[in-house]
Design a binder for this molecule. Structure first.
Ligand code: GRF
Length: 204
């Protein structure tokens, strides 16, 4: 059977949309989990005929209880690969440990520069001349795991947070479906912090 992907969201879901618009990734998306009941991403999932559920952290007694519930859902759904797409929650080893090297995050900066919740604003305030996109494996630390792909985006003199984020997102929407395909095809080989991209047909 083909790989089953879960996408985790909290907000607008433009990256989820890019994944749903990719003909190779879309049929593999089996589940969307949102941490927010009013996330517009949920409508995108439903329009794409993908099962969408809300897992509100406020309903759980602590981080680990929430993460145990998330892990149970992912396992019950037979999920092989997890993709964070604007998912605004820090996860514990309770769930992350069960999907080692099978879980990606997309972050709008060139990590390790500007980790955290406001990377676009932080890059502007720092006066950076370039920032970009990082796709990396999720591990037990925030914005930390082995890097799969990065692409640079220049900061223009007149940029504000919205204009810079819009150009970063154009890159995100192109890169994330590609990274998802590579992971689904078993073509990402992790060696320590290094990720090797295997040729087509060479995957596990
Ligand atoms: C993206 O820029 C992503 O890198 C970051 O959050 C944003 C989510 O955007 N983690 P969207 O919900 O996919 O439109």
């Amino acid at each position: 059977m083909d790989v089953r992907i879960a996408v985790l969201v909290s907000g607008t879901g433009s990256n989820l949309q890019a994944l749903l618009d990719d003909p190779q990734t879309a049929p593999r998306i089996a589940l969307v989990v949102s941490s927010k009941a009013d996330a517009p991403a949920l409508d995108r999932a439903r329009s794409g005929d993908v099962r969408a559920i809300v897992l509100d952290p406020g309903h759980y007694d602590g981080r680990e209880a929430h993460d145990r519930a998330l892990r149970t859902i992912l396992e019950d759904e037979g999920i092989d690969v997890v993709l964070n797409a604007g998912y605004m929650r820090i996860l514990t080893p309770v769930v992350v440990g069960a999907f080692e090297h099978r879980w990606l995050n997309i972050h709008p900066s060139l990590l390790p520069a500007f980790p955290g919740a406001h990377p676009v604003r932080d890059a502007l305030e720092w006066g950076a001349k370039a920032t970009g996109v990082t796709i990396h494996f999720v591990d037990e630390q925030v914005d930390h795991g082995p890097i799969v792909m990065q692409e640079c985006v220049p900061v223009l003199p007149d940029d504000d947070e919205a204009s810079l984020h819009a150009r970063i997102q154009e890159v995100e929407h192109r890169l994330y479906p590609e990274a998802a395909r590579l992971l689904a095809e078993g073509r990402l080989k992790v060696e320590g912090r290094r990720v090797h991209i295997l040729d087509e047909g060479a995957g596990a």
